[in-house]
Ligand binder design. Structure first.
Ligand SMILES: [Zn+2]
Length: 61
């Protein structure tokens, strides 16, 4: 449940507050999804580096 940051009215999936008309900030959940996505890419990059290091050590012999 979201609450208006301007007047504290309960909000049910509204983009603006029904009481005072203030715009409702809905960016936080999307930002969390973006953070999880970049974290996944960081893990993927780490494994690519790890595989590259293993191949480099294998080719040196
Ligand atoms: Zn309000």
């Amino acid at each position: 449940m979201n609450f208006c940051q301007n007047c504290g009215t309960k909000l049910a999936n509204a983009s603006t507050c029904p009481n005072c008309g203030a715009p409702v900030a809905t960016g936080s959940p999307q930002q969390a999804v973006a953070d999880r996505g970049s974290f996944g890419w960081a893990i993927l990059g780490f494994f690519i580096l790890l595989v590259g290091l293993i191949l480099f050590l294998a080719w040196r012999k």
